[in-house]
Design a protein around this ligand. Sequence first.
Ligand code: AMP
Ligand code: ZN
Length: 117
Amino acid sequence: MAGEPQDDCLFCKIVAGTIPATIVRETDTTVAFRDINPQAPTHVLVIPKAHHRDAAALAAAAPELAADVLRETQAVADQEKLESYRIVFNTGSGAGQTVWHAHAHVLGGRGLEWPPG
Ligand code: AMP
Ligand code: ZN
């Protein structure tokens, strides 16, 4: 069911603390932690604690929670002293989504080309 922890979900396990992560921020509803395979000097993932499969499902089921995630991306950028940064929500395997628990990538600390690959 949407929002309920999933036994087979890596990010639900990070929320539960059963898999370690380098947590940089936590709120009542979100966790932000460093990506294990960083693609930029700063690469932090912001996730809702509740399980939703992707950003669109999150926004449809829990718009306030989606807003919490977006607010946290700014808080991460401030904390990491990023003047410019990119927020990415890969959606679908063709776009590179590999973890089916909604997450915002916050990327910064270097020049970011546009358009992206
Ligand atoms: P995506 O490919 O958009 O689904 O993003 C999933 C991200 O999770 C990738 O950038 C991975 O490097 C990252 N990742 C996978 N396992 C872990 C982990 N245990 N801790 C932190 N980040 C992870
Ligand atoms: Zn999950």
